[in-house]
Design a protein around this ligand. Structure first.
Ligand SMILES: O=C(O)CCC(=O)C(=O)O
Length: 314
């Protein structure tokens, strides 16, 4: 008697891997980088445009004369990446990036926002400013940057947060794609992700996190549950690419290197009315997919009123 030929199991594809990683971790880190030469060329052009030093900032007197906490991020018409539109194919058309995003969002996804993000090293932040922002959870420095340089987002670290924080009332049907334009070590403000934190759904910032081990935290999302989550530090080489769910907690510590960290950050959303990979992921979440309030750390002007920073303990 001859043995019946077994049907071959279908090959495990990148698309399968991405959806599976989003279900388990709320994130996918690409094995293959985007073209490092194209990333390095873009970086050189960005660096040629300005000095990423203390000349970026207003003086304390200039800031205090008219503090502006809102409208200080890149926006259409004031976004450094707009002048490099033609050069972004190495990210936006890289076949593995397109395949992964398509697996989660369908073929007709849309780029909601893209920008250059800079981790500013301590030596570039004026002393008066370091004193004033010490211990703040969100050190987006846009308020203190000269208006002509607000075409980039500048961070001096940001506490663990969800990217849903900027999308009150919107469903978590989008993802963040993050690209390093140069090698990022532990000293260069790498992203810290809390794997599996997305499973508890949306949660108001700042988050209830207790460190329980060298790389574990207990994350308490009140009535939506409690989970032990694992910290992953995204160090990587030029062209490193990673992406995460809108509910995945992540943050950065202040840049401890002697130079700035420059990355690209994309927010990419679903358009399709058809069921896509993100719907499969979101069906596994135990908490809310959208929030009517996303943060309670700011007063009406946008100034910080809560001073605590958990990622500094990581
Ligand atoms: O680049 C950084 O330092 C932080 C980026 C980040 O967490 C974000 O933009 O949501």
């Amino acid at each position: 008697m001859t043995a019946m030929a077994q049907p071959k199991a279908p090959a495990w594809t990148l698309s399968d891997q991405v959806v599976s990683d989003f279900i388990r971790d709320g994130a996918h880190v690409f094995q293959d980088r985007v073209d490092p030469a194209a990333a390095a060329e873009l970086l050189a052009e960005i660096r040629a445009l300005r000095r990423f030093d203390d000349s970026l900032f207003l003086s304390e007197g200039e800031f205090d004369a008219d503090p502006q906490y809102t409208g200080v991020n890149p926006m259409p018409g004031r976004n450094l990446l707009e002048r490099f539109e033609e050069r972004l194919g190495f990210v936006e058309r890289a076949p593995h990036i397109v395949e992964a995003i398509t697996a989660l969002l369908g073929e007709d996804y849309e780029i909601l926002n893209k920008k250059v993000v800079c981790g500013v090293p301590a030596k570039s932040v004026p002393e008066w400013l370091r004193r004033r922002i010490h211990g703040n959870p969100v050190n987006n420095l846009g308020a203190y940057v000269r208006p002509e340089y607000r075409d980039v987002t500048y961070f001096y670290g940001i506490d663990f947060h969800q990217d849903l924080i900027d999308f009150k009332d919107r469903e978590a049907d989008f993802l963040t794609l993050y690209i390093y334009l140069h090698p990022v070590t532990k000293a260069d403000a790498p992203l810290y992700l809390l794997d599996g934190s997305h499973r508890l759904g949306g949660s108001i910032f700042p988050h209830d996190l207790t460190r329980t081990g060298p790389d574990t935290w207990v994350y308490d999302n009140g009535a939506c549950g409690k989970a032990t989550v694992r910290q992953r530090i995204l160090t990587g080489d030029t062209g490193f690419a990673g992406m995460w769910h809108a509910c995945t907690l992540h943050g950065t510590q202040p840049d401890a290197a002697d130079h700035e960290r420059i990355s690209l950050r994309y927010l990419i959303g679903k358009i399709s009315a058809k069921a896509v990979g993100m719907d499969t992921v979101n069906a596994t979440l135990t908490g809310p997919l959208s929030l009517t309030a996303t943060r309670k750390d700011l007063d009406a002007s946008g100034a910080a009123v809560i001073r605590q920073n958990t990622v500094l303990k990581a």
